[in-house]
Design a protein around this ligand. Structure first.
Ligand code: ATR
Length: 276
């Protein structure tokens, strides 16, 4: 059987095993996808075991996405540019790192909300690791302009400054969002604000969001954050939640490992079932 897994700390909450088991089932593959609780000081020996035990590959989650790069033989362009790895392929005795988070997000956005991103103006809230992966993937889609706003303005400017290509990428403070939102087609929350259903936090007031634009949130638990619910109800926005990003980052990893596309509907349903 095909041997795969996910390393992280904590790892008990990960939905990847349930999702990948569903993908294997739908494809008729005898696969085992293990949940591996790995502390930072066990990373090196774990990677040695991944080689030794014949894993076909693994997913990597918090907090190892950056540190794991030290133990790989090769990095794909996506991993180099984003500076983080969430998928490792073990082939021909070598470990190669990829990043499918940004591409997974963009595939989900295109399938579920905006089929063509060409010429669009996109605003991202947040300038952390998640934002970095999405900016990288968005730029492959030829948007008109990418605006990063962040609580800490310096981080937004710094991230924007890494991309000096022909597509403008700019960084600003959260206070400047109101003005900047006027020309925005797609607003994406990459911060963790909204992750706690009890507090119902929101990253910015919805009355400054232009009516009818697309509003997207990386958070998928809750499935609809307060930002999405209010944007939909009060601003008539088309909303896009984070479940698809999780599904497609896994689907793209599956493709790297096995060479064909898994059944994403089955994967999505498996995650939904495990959330309730
Ligand atoms: P991730 O990998 O999920 O992006 P991260 O790299 O820690 O995590 O980045 C978290 C992002 O969420 C940052 O942009 C952070 O803003 P700062 O750079 O100012 O810290 C943002 N963030 C987290 N909590 C926030 C809050 N309560 N309000 C506004 N932004 C917040």
């Amino acid at each position: 059987p095909v041997l795969l897994g996910v390393i992280g700390d904590p790892i008990a909450h990960s939905k990847s095993p349930v999702m990948m088991a569903a993908a294997f089932g739908a494809a008729g593959i005898a696969g085992e996808y293990r949940r591996l609780h790995v502390k930072s000081d066990q990373l090196e020996e774990t990677l040695r075991d991944i080689r030794g035990q014949g894993f076909l590959g693994i997913n990597v989650t918090i907090p190892h996405k950056v540190a794991v790069m030290d133990y790989l033989d090769e990095l794909d362009e996506s991993a180099k540019k984003i500076g983080a790895v969430n998928t490792i392929v073990h082939a021909n005795g070598k470990l190669k790192g990829y990043n499918t988070d940004g591409a997974g997000y963009v595939r989900s956005l295109r399938e579920e909300a905006v089929s063509d991103l060409t010429g669009k103006t996109v605003m991202l809230l947040g300038a952390g690791g998640a934002s970095r992966g999405i900016v990288y993937a968005l730029l492959q889609e030829r948007p008109k302009r990418v605006i990063i706003v962040n609580r800490t303005e310096d981080k937004a400017r710094q991230l924007a400054g890494e991309y000096s290509a022909e597509i403008p990428v700019e960084g600003y403070s959260m206070e400047q969002a109101r003005e900047l939102l006027l020309g925005v087609d797609i607003l994406i929350n990459t911060t963790s604000v909204g992750m706690h259903p009890q507090t119902e936090d929101i990253p910015l007031p919805v009355d400054i969001i232009p009516e009818g634009i697309v509003v997207s949130d990386l958070i998928y638990n809750p499935l609809e954050t307060k930002l999405l619910r209010e944007s939909r109800l009060l601003r008539g926005c088309k909303v896009h939640g984070g479940l698809g990003m999780f599904v497609y980052q896994g689907a793209i990893a599956f493709e790297y490992w096995l060479g064909f596309r898994p059944d994403v509907q089955v994967m999505r349903q498996a995650v939904l079932d495990s959330l309730t």
